[in-house]
Design a protein around this ligand. Structure first.
Ligand code: HEM
Length: 125
């Protein structure tokens, strides 16, 4: 099994990841009802984001935390949902890639997810 090497690999990763998210009823409604994402527009944005984070390319300029606070304002993004999200993300990485970048992307997802949850908690208190 190879490590994550290029944007093609990241596309495969986010594509497989969203297949899991969208086929899991416990979280899919966020992407289909709360925010109606268009996969063909959404996936390339995810690739740009992860490419910047993992491959050191540029190009992602959105405020990721604010985007999730906006989702949270419509529907509470609970710790349980973060657990489900991260679980699918880890499984998708592990099923397809092995190596330092694969470890790095999981660690980054966890730390970004943790920061998002702290911000969400602060908004509620
Ligand atoms: C409970 C967990 C999560 C849920 C339910 C969730 C849901 C969503 C939704 C609905 C969008 C689309 C927002 C929109 O277009 O208005 C989105 C965008 C995005 N999410 Fe998440 N998210 C979660 C956690 C995370 C985490 C932990 C990361 C990164 C480590 C992440 C990365 C992204 C990225 C890169 C985008 C694209 C933002 C953009 O359009 O620039 N998400 N998420």
């Amino acid at each position: 099994m190879n490590d994550i090497q290029n944007q093609g690999d990241l596309y495969l990763l986010v594509d497989e990841f969203y297949k899991k998210l969208l086929s899991d009823d416990t979280i899919s409604y966020i992407f289909t009802d709360v925010v109606k994402i268009k996969l063909e527009e959404h996936l390339p944005i995810l690739v740009t984001f992860w490419s910047q984070a993992i491959l050191g390319t540029g190009g992602y300029t959105n405020n990721l935390t604010q985007i999730h606070l906006d989702v949270n304002a419509k529907e509470y993004l609970s710790p349980e949902l973060f657990k489900i999200w991260l679980n699918h993300f880890y499984n998708t990485v592990d099923e397809n890639f092995k190596g330092p970048k694969a470890e790095q992307i999981k660690t980054q997802a966890l730390s970004i997810g943790t920061i998002m949850q702290i911000k969400i908690k602060n908004e509620r208190s």
